[in-house]
Design a protein around this ligand. Structure first.
Ligand SMILES: [Zn+2]
Length: 422
């Protein structure tokens, strides 16, 4: 059945000017046409959904950096307990609830950046199979990390082992095998941890964790299998080495120097700056007697400068919160758009980052309301170009996935796809 969605304003996700008196024609879950209502017309027998006056139609939001396996609890000890106390099936069930919550906040797709047991691959498959309702997921399975590295947690008692938590690899052969195993498991992309934060020498806030050869080999193997590589990074020369050795998307990347900017432009490397997670450090009350670390203060400052440089150079910047790590799921995805606006992005550009660019990073046929794309859309009461903050109010949102209404005014309509109706 064809459905015509009509609204006062259309933001199509391309960055082109918004269209007034707009319509989107949808059939079999895909957009057939989007544009002026007069041009779309009313095909014979089409079901018509007319939004109330003052409503904007736009692509569903996408968050390109989340960890559905974690709740976002800020307390480190509780996070460690969360890791130890939950079986991986329990992790997957909690992740499903978090993904559904994100959907009610207008997030129709997520890129998951590492989960114990690779559980988000299973959640992705359950959603794709129609077993449960959820946003579209792209998952890396487990992140590849050197032994004892960023994702291979240390400081548990030495009789403690956490099986299958992350994917520890060492040496080029280790990373080649790691990429192969995650690909075999069903990963949509490969996540590595090439460089990390360092806190001992003020001014040198980064540290390489993988060797150039390890990075190169992981990338070569992933690319050979048609998968992209995203890397956790900190900055400085190790970030440039990361980009030079084939990584497609750099995450966090607090300190991007000019050489690296040049190389990212040349290689078409994406940046997901995860602004919110740094801001959260300063929002969460400090424990008594604690103060902010020099690293936290320096990285927060550097991030804004790096973002400005990246924007000026024309680097494609995605929009990811790091939800799951100090950021709760659902309630805060919109804040990354607000922070991009704070960092100098016009609201339209922030929306493009959270829709079209994120979809491009994830190789997802969504993010833009144009012929042939998934009809993942929001009806927003108001105009987010006038005030980006309205995207944070789920009461204003009606959420469609593949043209089917899945959430309204902050409530998921059903956990089971078969029961829903456009
Ligand atoms: Zn992360």
């Amino acid at each position: 059945m064809k459905t015509v969605f009509q609204a006062d304003l259309l933001i199509d996700g391309t960055g082109n000017a918004a269209i007034e008196k707009a319509a989107v024609l949808v059939e079999n879950g895909l957009v057939i046409a989007a544009g002026r209502r007069a041009d779309i017309g009313l095909p014979d027998g089409a079901h018509v959904v007319t939004a109330p006056a003052g409503t904007t139609l736009m692509p569903g939001l996408i968050d390109s950096h989340v960890h559905l396996a974690y709740s976002g609890i800020p307390d480190v000890k509780k996070l460690r307990a969360e890791r130890m106390d939950s079986s991986y099936p329990a992790v997957a069930l909690a992740a499903a609830a978090r993904a559904q919550l994100s959907l009610t906040y207008g997030v129709t797709a997520l890129r998951d950046m590492h989960a114990p047991g690779g559980t988000i691959i299973d959640l992705r498959d359950a959603i794709e199979a129609g077993d449960i309702v959820g946003p579209r997921l792209r998952a890396c399975g487990r992140g590849l990390t050197v032994t004892g590295g960023h994702m291979d947690p240390s400081a548990y008692a030495d009789h403690t082992t956490i099986d299958n938590f992350a994917h520890a690899c060492d040496g080029a052969d280790g990373f080649r095998r790691g990429a192969r195993i995650e690909a075999k498991r069903g990963a949509d992309f490969i996540k590595i941890n090439s460089c990390v934060s360092a806190r001992k020498v003020p001014g040198i806030w980064w540290r390489p964790e993988m060797s150039p050869e390890e990075i190169r080999t992981a990338c070569d193997e992933a690319h050979n299998q048609g998968l992209r590589v995203a890397s956790h990074t900190s900055g400085g020369p190790p970030l440039t080495i990361t980009v030079a050795n084939g990584v497609d998307c750099v995450e966090h990347a607090h300190w991007i120097d000019d050489d690296c900017i040049e190389l990212m432009v040349k290689n078409g490397t994406y940046l997901v700056p995860t602004l919110l997670v740094n801001e959260r450090t300063f929002e969460i009350p400090l424990s008594p007697g604690k103060s902010y670390s020099p690293w936290s203060i320096a990285s927060r400052k550097a991030k804004w400068l790096s973002l400005e440089k990246a924007r000026k150079a024309g680097i494609k910047v995605g929009c990811g919160t790091d939800a799951g790590f100090m950021v709760p799921h659902g309630t805060m995805h919109w804040r990354e758009l607000a922070l991009l606006v704070q960092g100098g992005y016009p609201p339209m550009e922030a929306i493009v980052a959270a829709t079209a660019v994120n979809a491009e990073i994830m190789e997802l046929n969504a993010g833009v309301l144009a012929a042939g794309r998934f009809a993942d859309m929001l009806l927003v009461s108001g105009n987010p170009l006038d005030d980006i903050l309205i995207l944070g109010d789920p009461k204003r949102l009606t959420v469609f996935k593949g043209g089917i209404k899945v959430a309204e005014a902050g409530t998921l309509l059903s956990s089971y796809p078969a029961e829903m109706d456009a």
